[in-house]
Every structure is written in structure tokens, then in C-alpha cells.
Design a protein around this ligand. Structure first.
Ligand code: XLS
Ligand code: NI
Ligand code: NI
Length: 431
């Protein structure tokens, strides 16, 4: 193949290499009885790596990619570059939005034709590539028609347009054998309550998601439907605020067994949570689906989507994922972009290589913590009082019965240490 990344050889696992290589990510290394590649299930995000132009609120495009234009020729050149990067990284998966891969047409039909032509091209490329589709999704936040939301837009025509868009993207995801379909509602929220009927918007969003789930079953799509929570940005308030909020929403519309979560590190931070908090809660609620791996700058209050490089943080995230039994259809999508001064093809390759190594180190540390079992033993010990028959019987008893125990049995609770520093010291041994 020749193209954008020419001169960069496919990356090899070589812990001692001074060249561009994986130093920790060995796809074939067995971790907890499974190949590392099958644990991590890495995906390259089309939008950040190929569609993003390097702009920020104060300046436009910094990158100079040969495919930056609105023609179908350019879209094809972009696809060529994408599949070349997948090969260099030996990436098992990729992800896209419709708007990342095709030029917008003058009408819905024209956009659809452009999109379908690129899906044809993907199908052709995927026949000889090892890279599969982790998930597809619809971009229903960039174009100005979506400025007041997609399914929650006050204009019913936008609701219809959004339905047509999701149908198209879900059909394409199904056709390419995608393992998940994601809905991130960037503008499903509001800018001001003064012009917003929150009750109506939530009803519409619930109805919309139910239609998507029904359609998934209708076409026999076996992938997971995933909602991606985020508290705000671009909207002032996003309805899918965090895992807990989305779970309440799913319960309300009877979708809690149909829809799972795609959880992103940066979004968790914006919601005032840690990544591991969101993952642990989703696991306990039975809705952990997949992750968007990245890192936020802790000093800036927005979604900086940097590649991960903090092993202790990543280790705690994979610890929660391993405790859930690992990914089934989900995976680790790098929803991460290089900085706008990182102009060169090699920067894109190095960013992914570093992110993959960081995740590999995190996964190995997490696996070792779980295998050694010290943390879980101490957690279990903390709750061991609940093992007695008296304690267990309280969980089926009424308030009067439980209350009566205190004086009848002379109960007088003695506080015990939570051992937080000791636990943190234990984690430090692994990371
Ligand atoms: C934006 C989101 C977006 C979703 C896919 O903050 O993370 O990239 O992952 O629409
Ligand atoms: Ni994301
Ligand atoms: Ni994000």
C-alpha cells in the first residue's frame, strides 16, 4: 500500500526498541487466560484521527491532510489513509460517525448516496483487512440543523431527519458486521431552560431510543445499543448526564435490558466522577458496554480528548472492567486526538502506540491486582459481618423486627478502620 503514512513500518512488539514500537502491548501475551488483544479490543476513532482539522475556539485548521476537501475523491483518500494507519497499528477495530466518512450533500438523499458509497468502499477494504467495526454512530450535533438537538429538537422535521439518519447508520453498522451502535446526545439537552420544555424533550428522547431498539430487533442486529453519557459540552446541560442519570432514564422507558453504556474517561471527569466510579456503577447496574478511552486535562474544564498516559488511572479503570468479566462486544475506543501542534503522520502513529502501551500496562496491573486478590479479600473482610444468619435475616425483616434486635441483643457498634491508605499503598505496588 502507498499513501499518507508511507515510510512508517507496521509496529512490532519490542520492549527494547528505540524505534516506533509497542513496548508493553503484546497482542499475544496471555493475561488472565486471554490474549491481550482480545481483552483490550482497541479501536481507532475516525473523527479525531482523520476528520478533525486541528481547530480550537481561537483558531482554525492547523493540520494539512491531503483529504481535507468536500469531494468524494477526498473521502476515498481519507479511507485509504485510515486503513493504512489501521495496518500500521495492527488495529482490531475502528469506529465512525456518518459525517466523518462522507461529504454532506445538498439533500438527505445526496448525503445518503455519498455515505453508502463509502460504506461500499469500507466493505471492500474490510474484506482484506483484519480491522473490524467496533461501532458506528450518527453525528447529530455538528450541522446547524441540529443546533437545538436531534430527537429533542422542538422542530418535528429534525426529529424525522434524525430518525432517518440513525436508521441509515444502524443499517450500515449492521452491514459491516459492527459489534455495537452508539448514541451520544451532544445536543440532547438545553442552552437555557427559558426556551425549553424539558418534560416534552425527555419524552421524545425516550420514544426515539425505543424506536432504535425496535428497529435493531427488526433487522436482526446482534450488536449492543450503547448510550454515551456526558454532563455538558456542547450543550449547557446534557440529558444523558452520567451513568446514574441514564440508568434512571432507561428504567423509565423500560429499556434497561436493551441498552448499555459507552463510558468515556473525559466525560466522567466532567461529571465530577472518576472513570472507575462510572465503570463500577455501570457494572453493578448490569449496563457496562464499552469504553471511550482518553484523558482530560485536569486544569481545563472541557473535554480535551487526549490520549491516555496515566497508568495508575487506567489500571483502576481496567480493574473495574475485569471485575465485570471483561468486554464481550465492547472494546477500548480511542476517543482521543493529538494536539493541534502535532502536525505529522508520525504523531498520529505515536499517539496510538503510546495509548495502547498505557492501556496494556494498566490492564496487566489490573489483572495482577485481581489475581493476587489482596484488594478483594480486604473488601470482603470489610463486609464479613453480613455473613452471619442474624445479619442476613435483617434483609428480609421489617423495621420493627430489626429495631428490636438492638436492645434485645445488646448491640453496640464498634467503628473499624476503613484502611484507605493501606489499600492505596497496595495499589501502588502494582502500578
Ligand atoms: C464527544 C463524544 C463523541 C462520541 C461519539 O464528546 O465523546 O466523540 O464518542 O459521538
Ligand atoms: Ni466519546
Ligand atoms: Ni467525548
Amino acid at each position: 500500500m502507498n499513501g499518507y503514512f508511507d515510510g512508517i513500518a507496521p509496529l512490532k512488539f519490542d520492549p527494547n526498541s528505540s524505534e516506533l514500537a509497542f513496548r508493553h502491548y503484546d497482542p499475544d501475551e496471555i493475561v488472565l487466560g486471554k490474549r491481550m488483544e482480545d481483552h483490550l479490543r482497541f479501536a481507532v476513532a475516525y473523527w479525531h484521527s482523520f476528520a478533525w482539522e486541528g481547530g480550537d475556539p481561537f483558531g482554525g485548521r492547523t493540520f494539512d491532510r491531503p483529504w481535507f476537501s468536500d469531494s468524494m475523491e477526498a473521502a476515498k483518500a481519507k479511507a485509504d489513509a485510515a486503513f493504512q494507519l489501521f495496518e500500521i497499528l495492527n488495529a482490531p477495530y475502528f469506529c465512525w460517525h456518518d459525517a466523518d466518512i462522507r461529504p454532506e450533500g445538498a439533500t438527505f438523499a445526496e448525503s445518503r448516496k455519498n455515505f453508502e458509497a463509502i460504506i461500499d468502499l469500507f466493505e471492500e477494504k474490510m474484506a482484506t483487512s483484519r480491522t473490524k467495526l467496533l461501532w458506528g454512530t450518527a453525528n447529530m450535533f455538528s450541522h446547524r440543523r441540529f443546533m437545538s438537538g436531534a430527537s429533542t429538537n422542538p422542530d418535528p422535521d429534525v426529529y424525522a431527519w434524525s430518525a432517518a439518519t440513525v436508521k441509515l447508520c444502524l443499517d450500515a453498522t449492521h452491514r459491516l458486521g459492527g459489534e455495537n451502535y452508539v448514541l451520544w446526545g451532544g445536543r440532547e439537552g438545553y442552552e437555557t431552560l427559558l426556551n425549553t420544555d424539558m418534560g416534552q424533550e425527555l419524552d421524545h428522547m425516550g420514544r426515539f431510543l425505543s424506536m432504535v431498539v425496535d428497529y435493531k430487533h427488526k433487522i436482526g442486529f446482534k450488536g449492543q445499543i450503547l448510550v454515551e453519557p456526558k454532563p455538558q459540552e456542547p450543550s449547557k446541560h446534557q440529558y444523558d448526564y452520567d451513568v446514574a442519570t441514564v440508568y434512571g432514564f432507561l428504567k423509565r422507558f423500560g429499556l434497561e435490558n436493551e441498552v448499555k453504556m459507552n463510558i468515556e474517561q473525559g466525560h466522567a471527569i466532567l461529571a465530577g466522577h472518576s472513570f472507575e466510579h462510572e465503570l463500577a456503577l455501570a457494572r453493578e447496574l448490569g449496563i457496562l458496554g464499552s469504553i471511550d478511552m482518553n484523558r482530560n486535562d485536569y486544569q481545563s474544564g472541557w473535554d480535551t480528548d487526549q490520549f491516555p498516559n496515566n497508568v495508575p488511572e487506567v489500571a483502576l479503570a481496567y480493574y473495574e472492567i475485569l471485575k465485570a468479566g471483561g468486554f464481550t462486544q465492547g472494546g477500548t475506543n480511542f476517543d482521543a486526538k493529538i494536539r493541534r501542534q502535532s502536525l505529522d503522520p508520525v504523531d498520529l502513529v505515536a499517539a496510538h502506540a503510546g495509548g495502547m502501551d498505557t492501556c496494556a500496562r494498566g490492564l496487566k496491573a489490573a489483572a495482577k491486582m485481581l489475581e493476587d486478590g489482596v484488594l478483594e479479600d480486604m473488601r470482603k473482610e470489610r463486609y464479613s459481618g453480613w455473613q452471619t444468619p442474624e445479619a442476613q435475616s435483617m434483609l428480609g425483616a421489617d423495621l420493627v423486627t430489626v429495631a428490636a434486635r438492638v436492645e434485645a441483643e445488646g448491640i453496640n457498634p464498634q467503628p473499624r478502620s476503613g484502611r484507605q491508605e493501606i489499600l492505596e499503598n497496595i495499589v501502588n505496588r502494582y502500578v
